[in-house]
Design a protein around this ligand. Structure first.
Ligand SMILES: [Zn+2]
Length: 128
């Protein structure tokens, strides 16, 4: 019994350490990207955050709907890169999603609803 608990704690600690490690790697990767984009902007005598602002706003549900109306994947990808260059195309627009998951250099943001549907917690508060 005690051995099981100790083993459980050990595994949990290992998972936590892995998560910390992963976050550290993701931060490093992001910082490198930021540095690269800032140097590029400075080289081209643009404002320092020129490339960091470009394509930063996440897509909305309407944008995703627009994306789906573009038939050819090549055209769709070109459109995406112009508008949401920092967001993952595969994550949002491919049937299988992004295969790179956490290793992906692009942002994975869940797109929030338009507010047309009531969240489930609202229904609960109506009961009293
Ligand atoms: Zn991705």
């Amino acid at each position: 019994m005690f051995a099981d608990t100790a083993r459980y704690d050990e595994e949990r600690q290992k998972r936590e350490e892995e998560a910390i490690d992963r976050r550290r790697r993701e931060t490093e990767k992001r910082n490198k990207y930021v540095g690269r984009m800032q140097r590029k902007a400075v080289r081209e005598e643009k404002p320092k955050d020129f490339y960091l602002q470009q394509g930063l706003s996440p897509p909305t549900l309407d944008d995703l709907a627009t994306c789906r109306t573009i038939g050819l994947e090549e055209t769709r990808l070109a459109w995406w890169k112009q508008t949401f260059s920092q967001h993952c195309f595969a994550f949002h627009c491919r049937a299988g999603g992004c295969q790179r998951e956490r290793a992906c250099a692009f942002m994975h943001f869940e797109v929030a609803g338009t507010g047309a549907e009531d969240p489930s917690w609202l229904a609960e508060s109506k009961e009293d």
